[in-house]
Design a protein around this ligand. Structure first.
Ligand code: SF4
Length: 352
């Protein structure tokens, strides 16, 4: 029995019928792929349903108001991806009459669509065999072919792509792609479960006992340390928020006025920076709380400041209650700080 036969037989028995496995509509496949690149499956399920309920077709998404879509996306993170989705939807409607093209080059020219997403759409929606290699499928291929090359290198992509094509020969591209994906999610995990793997006889890494050393990854970056100063200004039930317009970190999210630095700042320096960046004049600003937060390779100390007296240029931001913040794109750390500030545990004791 060929590898494809064994794999597909296993897949038909064991697949999980996620909603995106029950359609070949390019809009739905594209949406699921962008979400899956971003977050875990339980979260994807929630956002997938929520977005489709509000925007059931690509045309509807193309007409979406950006701030409404960004607030629906709130909690997924990386707002630039959400913005690219809107640009992509508009472009597909304007240039291709609302239908995604099937050509790989045309797909890859669309905003936010890279080689992997284009490959996923071509396999699932158009039955065009295309190696589509993300971290999950990349791990499976590195083991099946015993490929000891860094997983993001061009040479790895070339070898893994050739292996993908040769293994998929004769299989239905949509099914083969989804089966490889499922194998990576259920069996060929970072800690491989070779004893229950139905394609084990075809796996070179298993034969050579190298599975737990594959794939080869880039050496880990050491975590960078940052200090993130947040300013909480409260007026009755509302807090003052600003939108982060340019900086990559939390771009476009509504956040407390902030400073992100690699250095520890004195209270005087913090006051001066808030004036320069956000036009906020503070008197007696004090650090009331410190939280540790880790974002990928960044370790962040969050220092929450409050001030007794202040003057603000309120055209730079807006006062919002917790309910109003929910209508805007924000970040999980902002929500965390917000609930801390509005819970019974008030930020009352100066940390230093
Ligand atoms: Fe992965 Fe092990 Fe199966 Fe090979 S035998 S594909 S390493 S789970």
């Amino acid at each position: 029995m060929t590898l494809a036969h064994s794999l597909l037989r296993w897949y038909r028995k064991n697949r999980i019928l996620y909603p995106w496995r029950q359609t070949n509509d390019p809009y739905r496949i594209w949406l699921s792929e962008i979400l899956l690149q971003q977050t875990r499956i339980p979260v994807v399920l929630k956002y997938y349903e929520r977005i489709l309920e509000r925007f059931p077709t690509l045309e509807k998404l193309g007409e979406a108001d950006e701030s409404e879509f960004l607030s629906l996306w709130s909690g997924v993170g990386y707002y630039s991806r959400a913005k690219n989705m809107l640009r992509c939807a508009k472009e597909v409607v304007a240039r291709y009459n609302g239908r995604f093209p099937s050509d790989a080059l045309l797909l890859e020219q669309l905003p936010g669509i890279g080689r992997y997403t284009a490959g996923a759409i071509r396999n699932v929606c158009f039955e065009q065999l295309t190696p589509a290699i993300d971290g999950n499928i990349g791990r499976v291929l590195a083991r099946l072919g015993n490929i000891h090359l860094p997983i993001h290198s061009n040479e790895y992509i070339r070898k893994a792509g050739a292996l993908y094509r040769s293994m998929a020969e004769g299989a239905k591209p949509s099914e083969f792609f989804q089966a490889l994906m499922e194998l990576g999610e259920q069996v060929c995990l970072p800690q491989p479960r070779c004893s229950v793997c139905s394609i084990e006889p075809h796996c070179l890494a298993k034969r050579k006992k190298t599975a737990d050393r594959l794939p080869v990854r880039r050496p880990k970056r050491t975590a960078e340390r940052f200090h993130w100063y947040l300013l909480l200004l409260q007026k009755e039930a509302a807090f003052y928020f600003v939108q982060n317009p340019e900086r990559g970190f939390l771009k476009d999210a509504w956040i407390f006025p902030d400073l992100l630095t690699a250095k520890v700042l004195s209270e005087k320096q913090v006051q001066q920076k808030f004036r320069e960046i956000w036009g906020i004049h503070l008197k007696n600003a004090r650090c009331k709380e410190m939280i540790s937060h880790t974002v990928t390779f960044r370790k962040i100390s969050v220092l929450i400041f409050q001030a007794e007296e202040y003057e603000i240029d309120s055209t730079r931001g807006k006062w919002m209650t917790p309910g109003q913040l929910k209508e805007h794109p924000t970040s999980s750390i902002t929500s965390k700080v917000f609930s801390l500030a509005t819970s019974s545990h008030k930020l009352s004791n100066p940390v230093f």
